[in-house]
Design a protein around this ligand. Structure first.
Ligand code: ZN
Length: 125
């Protein structure tokens, strides 16, 4: 049985989506630390790839690309975001339920708006 066939799962998903729509984004994506860090890495990639004859340049460029991918926020929810929030819903009693996926386009914004970078999880500590 898939997650979204479990009792109440689809209704829960609709409810959290509706709550997200009401809340709207409070932090511009362009201000997220991961976005800025990703931009820096891409600049580094461009610099390194400008001259591919420099020894080690392409290896360093590829490493920078991987770093960029690890931090650049996604345009939408991480594919595991719903799943993780559904599984953790009983531990999070507040409305600000976030996943801990490092590039989730939804939850990074909520964590940034909350200010402590750890929104939702502080309740469980
Ligand atoms: Zn998320």
């Amino acid at each position: 049985m898939g997650t979204w066939d479990e009792p109440g799962a689809r209704e829960w998903r609709q409810a959290v989506d509706a709550a997200d729509q009401l809340r709207g984004p409070k932090v511009p994506v362009g201000e997220l630390p991961g976005y800025l860090q990703g931009c820096d890495e891409v600049d580094e990639v461009r610099r390194l790839m400008a001259d591919p004859t420099v020894p080690g340049a392409l290896t360093a460029a590829r490493a920078a690309m991987r770093r960029a991918l690890r931090v650049t926020p996604q345009s939408c929810l991480d594919q595991l975001c719903y799943e993780q929030r559904w599984r953790g819903r009983n531990r999070w009693d507040g409305p600000l339920q976030v996943c801990d996926r490092p590039t989730c386009g939804r939850c990074l914004l909520l964590k940034a708006a909350d200010g402590d970078g750890n929104a939702g999880h502080s309740r469980t500590a």
